[in-house]
Design a protein around this ligand. Structure first.
Ligand code: BTN
Length: 309
């Protein structure tokens, strides 16, 4: 049976009779899912809220063109390979599974089939924004707004692009861009952990960065609201990009700083140069301000570690 149809059939988490249960187990292991097998019957260890293009599209404005894929290398890579959508429109791509999911700093983004949100949005920004680095922070704020819409308060932002909850990473943003004449083809990728199997959490921890968490650990009810979350993320990202183009970064800076989990923490930023000091929020350009003695460093890129809180 085709992978997508097999998972749709097993998505309710109940026992099902299948032909060649062992082969099905091998196939699902390839996309990060475990199958419980009892002779010719099998089940997923938990139900999956399979993505529904119809349900999500019904919550989106007409200028968003949505595609939902079962398996891709990376939703960001897919959209970057295509020509940009016409200015004023958005192309959104969601995938159940990415076999080459990408995070910041060359890291992999691990998300077993149906266990998270793997979303990318492409837009043609005309004229090209002067400070494209701020776009990733704008998308971080948009993702936080989407989580709040679903009732999740208490999530925060860790510079430059992590969504965190209780000190652990719930998701992240990967913003990529390619020049297109006087315009900029922007692809914003958002990954959110919904239900990370232990094996995936171990792989993420082994890859460095902060420990991972998922929405399931916060409230298992979120796992069956995947389509709602996907639609909320798309709507808030599209609205935030329009708001940024119209009104600028000032309000996003304020909202970002309100959600900043690093503020007042002793941090060490490794990037082009290493900077250690006390984090003091982002400046008008979106750079992280780090105070060391009488100097405030404005860090534009790097990986941040908290030294003490
Ligand atoms: C990070 O925290 O390092 C950024 C993670 C971004 C992951 C998303 S999932 C959808 C999109 N496609 C990718 O390959 N990466 C982004």
């Amino acid at each position: 049976m085709q992978l997508e149809s097999l998972i749709k059939r097993l998505a309710d988490g109940a026992w099902h009779r299948v032909e060649n249960a062992d082969d099905c187990g091998t196939e699902l292991a390839g996309v990060g899912l475990e199958l419980e097998i009892q002779s010719d019957r099998c089940r997923l260890p938990y139900p999956i809220d399979v993505l529904s293009a119809t349900a999500i599209a019904s919550a989106l404005p007409a200028e968003v063109q949505l595609d939902v894929a079962a398996v891709v290398d990376s939703t960001n890579t897919r959209l970057l390979r295509r020509p940009p959508p016409p200015a004023g429109t958005t192309r959104a791509l969601l995938a159940e599974f990415q076999y080459g999911g990408r995070g910041r700093c060359g890291r992999a983004w691990v998300s077993p089939y149906g266990s998270g949100i793997c979303l990318s949005l492409a837009q043609l920004l005309e004229p090209a924004p002067r400070e494209p680095g701020r776009l990733s922070l704008v998308i971080g704020v948009a993702a936080l707004r989407a989580l709040r819409q679903l009732g999740l308060d208490g999530a925060g932002l860790k510079w430059p692009n992590d969504l965190v909850y209780a000190g652990a990473k719930l998701g992240g943003v990967l913003l990529e861009a390619a020049p297109a004449g006087a315009a900029l083809h922007v692809v914003a990728g958002i990954g959110i952990n919904l239900r990370l199997p232990e094996e995936a959490a171990r792989r993420i921890a082994a890859d460095g960065g902060i420990a991972a968490t998922d929405l399931n650990a916060i409230d298992p009810g979120y796992c069956m609201r995947r389509n709602e979350l996907a639609a909320a993320l798309i709507n808030h990202a599209v609205a935030a990009l329009a708001e940024y183009r119209r009104a600028g970064f000032a309000l996003f800076r304020e909202e970002w700083n309100d959600a900043d989990v690093l503020k007042g923490c002793e941090v060490k930023v490794s990037g082009a140069e290493t900077v250690a000091g006390v984090a003091g929020g982002i400046d008008a350009a979106g750079a992280l301000m780090v105070r060391a003695g009488n100097t405030t460093h404005h860090v534009v890129s790097g990986d941040v570690r908290v030294r003490s809180v």
